[in-house]
Design a protein around this ligand. Structure first.
Ligand code: ADP
Ligand code: MG
Length: 248
């Protein structure tokens, strides 16, 4: 019986069918390398498996980053701590170790616009993504609108899962607008369902004792603040906006 030799293109096609595109993509290069460098069969196969592993972890990384919806990628190394002397760098570095994520604890960044609240949230989120944690960044307003819309088409519980699933949920810009009574309940739902189950990072330009102006209902505000602050690092940035800094 004559042996049938599959052409490389047919092997690549088969590999893709088997969902081994990491190998398929580089097969030709590796075959040439094996010939040129006289590689053994084991070595050749080992290289291919490593290619597949690398491609898979890269895909996972891309998926995590895309799914996080971060507005930009700025790290702690991009943050000028000398510009915000009220901020303890050590405290931020401690948060960046992500122990708070393990403890399902929260972070609250308080400060005027432009003081770096979003930047620091993003920086911590990048650390989390680097360790294969799932992150979702959303403005408070966006989340509330999404949840409200979902009530209209009865997909509320499905939508809720989007905000309950990630290891870290970043709720940006609390306090710019007051919420309608109906939406406050949705917000409360998220905070209480994530309580001791998953971390939340909130950024706000309003002190906590003014949150009843945002959430309107005083009783609900107390219950909400109580849960959110129970395990929470509060980082207050008392300083100028970085946007108005004097450049030299
Ligand atoms: P906030 O969320 O508090 O309104 P941002 O985090 O959006 O402010 O900061 C506004 C802009 O200034 C962003 O581009 C951010 O990267 C930058 N920024 C703020 N503070 C600093 C800082 N201390 N060092 C470097 N960049 C900063
Ligand atoms: Mg911001």
């Amino acid at each position: 019986m004559t042996k049938q030799i599959l052409p490389v293109s047919a092997i690549e096609k088969k590999l893709k069918e088997f969902r081994l595109s990491g190998i398929a993509d580089i097969l030709e290069v590796r075959i040439k390398q094996a010939t040129d460098e006289d590689l053994g069969y084991t070595e050749f196969l080992g290289l291919l498996l490593e290619d597949e592993t690398n491609k898979r972890s890269e895909n996972r990384r891309i998926k995590l980053y895309r799914g996080s919806h971060l507005p930009y990628e700025k790290g702690i190394e991009d943050f000028d701590f000398t510009f915000q002397p009220s901020l303890k760098k050590q405290e931020i570095l401690e948060l960046a170790t992500l122990k708070f994520v393990e403890k399902k604890a929260n972070i609250l960044f308080l400060g005027q616009p432009g003081t770096g609240k979003t930047h620091l949230s993003v920086a911590i989120a990048l650390q989390a993504l680097g360790r294969n944690k799932t992150v979702l960044f959303t403005s408070v307003w966006d989340m509330i609108s999404q949840l409200q819309q979902s009530r209209a088409d009865y997909s509320y519980y499905k939508k809720l899962q989007i905000y309950l699933k990630p290891d870290v949920l970043i709720l940006d810009e609390l306090g710019y607008r007051s919420m309608a009574e109906k939406t406050v309940e949705d917000f409360f739902d998220i905070v209480s369902k994530r309580y001791e189950k998953g971390s939340i990072i909130i950024t706000s330009n309003r002190a906590v004792n003014e949150w009843d102006k945002v959430f309107i209902d005083k009783t609900l505000t107390t219950a909400l603040v109580d849960r959110f602050l129970h395990h929470c690092s509060v980082i207050e940035i008392k300083g100028e906006s970085y946007r108005f800094r004097k450049r030299d």
